[in-house]
Design a protein. Sequence first.
Length: 426
Amino acid sequence: MSDSDSNVKVWLGGMVLLFALCAGAVPVSADQFHYKNNLIGERASGLAGAYTAVSDSPAGCFYNPAGMVYIPGNSLSASVNAYNYSSKVYKNTLTRADGTGVDYEQKSSVLLPNYFGFVSNLGRVKMGLSYAVPDASQSNQKQVFSNLVSTIGTQIDRYTININDVDNTYQFGPSLAFALGDKWAIGTTVYAHYRNATVIRNQLVELANQEFEWTNQYQDRTDWGVQPKLGLMGELTDKLTLGLTVSRLWITSTDYREQTTYRGISSSGYSDPNLVDFTIVNSENKPTYPWVTTVGLAWFPSPRLLLSCDASYYSEVSGASAKEATFNLAAGAEYYFTDRLALRGGLFTDRSNTPDFQPGLVNQAEHVDLYGGTLSMTRFTKASATTLGVGYATGSGDAQMGANSTRSQTVEVDNLSVYLSASYSF
């Protein structure tokens, strides 16, 4: 039996019992449907990511390396702890015997340092080194459903599902920037990219006629790549600056392995319940990522007030990694109450990179546009700053949890992040 034939059999059993095998439809990714998953850096996060035309801190290595030119002296920045929590609810995914709907829920939480950056002053040239975690999740799902309707007429007494999903992306590398005259600067960052994702799924479907279906799946993915970013920044007036960046991630190697153990029920799709299938799938197919172009403006109406905005465009991706072209917007404000205390806040979008849902189609990718805001407070001392901030995003959209089914579900997403960071200048 080929791997592809076995995979069809594995998932067919689940689709016979339920309208779909829910876990089989959940993507193996921290969030493959959005590009703006984590905000990076203390000041940039407070401004909701509207930092392309500012970038005068070590976080500029990530947002716009040209901004390093405007950092006085040497600077060190580290987000000491960042806590991210995410909740995703698929409404009325399953149906009980009494006709009521049952929600399918996924929750993720992770606590980790998400940024470290250092910038060294070499006169008109600045050199930087940074480490960022632009995407991270750790999902643990434990749900038990009772008295469910099946498509074969036999009631499902109990459906048990357990998922452990860990998916982290790391980027690290050097930056270089130098001045072009008195009002313009150019810079570049070259990040090494590393992603590791591991998913363990175990599910058991117990029927009223004493038959049962069991599926255990292990998936592991490792990607290595490189992401160069070119940045430009200039002063349009004494109070208005412009920032521009262009970047793209290229994956240089991929190692994907999937192991599935399956025991089915008596059905037209799986006739021998005493047979246990074990399949292995290996792949080195490299995912493709879009070109990203970001334009930002920053206005300094007074020494105490900053207003900034960003617009980012993500190009269409074709092939196996197909994604729609999309864009994101961000706007932020910063106000200094005193020389030692500053408040920052902002609004941002995190739009889906999948097509809008169309009626009558099957196997459509999840589509949810997110909208959020951030708020942070920073206290300054002579050479250091400490920041406490929070960010929240929410949205609802559509998904199809059932393979080859036109039925769709409403999806509700909530993301929360809390971070504590410190920076030091010398």
